[in-house]
Design a protein around this ligand. Structure first.
Ligand code: ADP
Ligand code: ASP
Ligand code: MG
Length: 430
């Protein structure tokens, strides 16, 4: 007997027919072909498009919406799908019940709309699993210390699933989605992207944080800390296919496990593991900022105080008269707030003009192989230059190089780099 957490994303839950297919996968996971019964907790997303629709209602109701009420609205999408899945399972003769975030409870801390899971009370849930019931838990939602509904940020159901798996000490957490694993890049952009049999936590964390939305970044960080075994699998399989977890997906593994797979010839070490893109950032340029100690702190301190994450930063070469331009990026959703904060402080910072541009994209190449090999960045710059793609900013970490480019060139840049690092799948034979 194993305890398994299964998570199904929005496309997998989009409508009653898709939910029936999910219920079938769950039912077949609960009772293995040899008759062994497993304990199953299922975490579900809202139907695809539903959360966007709810976010838009909030914006229409009040553009300066209160995040606490926003959470009440957007958390509702998952309430619907968890009830529907429990009903469908019951219809198939499987005992099942839903457990809303406040019922378990899933306690969260920090801000509304981007709350973090603090603790999950798993006693009632464990008792229910031990009675053979399938527990259906809405992802994305929790409850704050003062009893209000919270949500975990977009894509947060992945994090709910990993947190539930950690609380239940589950054997593994299977993330079912609309692709059958983690690829070298988004397979919807590059048809020749290759599925990775395994990827390390560290690389997945970096890939997710630079835009590979197949897993929410926080879910990977949590899985790494709590040592949760995560596997990415497809829910788009036929009802009579082999049990879903026996089909090849992608395992998220530790560096030591990866080394062993490489040694056994099951994986090849590539310099670059994957390429990701992110169109959700915006560029801000402050011109003619005084080139003296404290200037940069005056810009970034208020943004940090307002919980606005700054990503790429470039302080351009000083101009005459001790002035310089400062360029940086913020999430597009925070651009208006950032702009307002900076305009309020124009006198203190002492800049001349503020210029913003949302028409940018960040393209990143990620791979632990970079730690020990030079030349990864040079290959990137060369490949982009050959296609006439202009680089507006660069940042690097130990296992990542990111560049900012014009948004219109995103798909081209991803394809060019995928080829440049030798990641393209071989031609189909025949
Ligand atoms: P879900 O609704 O199941 O949570 P998401 O839309 O959040 O699904 O994530 C799955 C999507 O992630 C895929 O449809 C794919 O387009 C995208 N994606 C981006 N990068 C990758 C990658 N490297 N490998 C696989 N999928 C990726
Ligand atoms: N429904 C939420 C969203 O669309 C959470 C999730 O699906 O992971 O962001
Ligand atoms: Mg998702």
């Amino acid at each position: 007997m194993a305890r398994i957490v299964m998570k199904f994303g929005g496309t997998s839950m989009a409508g009653t027919e898709r939910i029936r297919r999910v219920a079938n996968i769950v039912r077949r996971q609960q009772i293995a072909p040899d008759g062994t019964r497993h304990q199953i907790a299922v975490v579900v997303s809202a139907m695809a498009g539903e959360t966007d629709r709810l976010v838009n209602f909030c914006r229409e109701a009040n553009p300066m919406y209160d995040p606490a009420e926003y959470d009440v609205v957007v958390a509702s999408g998952e309430q619907v799908t968890s009830g529907l899945l429990a009903l469908t399972l019951q219809g198939m003769g499987c005992p099942a019940r839903s457990w809303l975030g406040w019922q378990l409870p899933i306690r969260t801390i920090e801000a509304h709309a981007k709350a973090r899971v603090d603790a999950i009370d798993a006693d009632a849930l464990t008792a229910s699993l031990e009675r053979g019931e399938i527990a259906v838990i809405p992802g994305f939602q929790g409850v704050s210390a003062d009893g209000r509904v919270t949500t975990l940020g977009r894509g947060g159901s992945d994090t709910s699933a990993v947190a539930v798996a950690a609380a239940l000490k589950a054997e593994r957490c299977d993330i079912y989605t609309d692709v059958d694993g983690v690829y070298t890049t988004d397979p919807r952009i590059v048809a020749r992207a290759r599925k990775l049999r395994a990827v390390t936590y560290e690389e997945m964390l970096e890939l997710a944080s630079v835009g590979a939305k197949v897993l929410q970044t926080r879910s990977v960080g949590l899985a790494m800390r709590e040592r949760v075994r995560v596997q990415v699998l497809s829910s788009f399989i036929d009802d009579d296919a082999a049990p879903a977890d026996t089909l090849p997906g992608t395992m998220i593994i530790s560096e030591a496990e990866m080394e062993q797979m490489v040694e056994e010839g099951l994986m090849e070490r590539q310099l670059v593991t994957g390429i990701a893109h992110d169109k959700n950032e915006a560029k801000v340029i402050l011109t003619r900022v005084p080139d003296r100690p404290g200037s940069v702190a005056n810009i970034f301190a208020p943004l940090a105080a307002a919980s606005i994450n700054v990503d790429m930063i470039i302080q351009n070469v000083g101009r005459d008269k001790g002035e310089t331009d400062v360029t940086f990026t913020v999430p597009q959703t925070d651009l208006l707030r950032a702009q307002a904060l900076l305009e309020d402080r124009r006198e203190i910072i002492g800049y001349n003009r503020i210029i913003t541009d949302s028409h940018i994209a960040k393209i990143s190449v990620v791979g632990v192989g970079m730690k020990s090999h030079a030349g990864v960045a040079a290959t990137m710059f060369q490949a982009l230059a050959e296609r006439g793609i202009n680089i507006q900013a660069i940042t690097t970490s130990e296992i990542k190089v990111s560049v900012m480019i014009d948004e219109d060139e995103t798909e081209l840049a991803v394809r060019v780099l995928h080829t440049a690092y030798g990641l393209d799948a071989p031609d189909e034979v025949g």
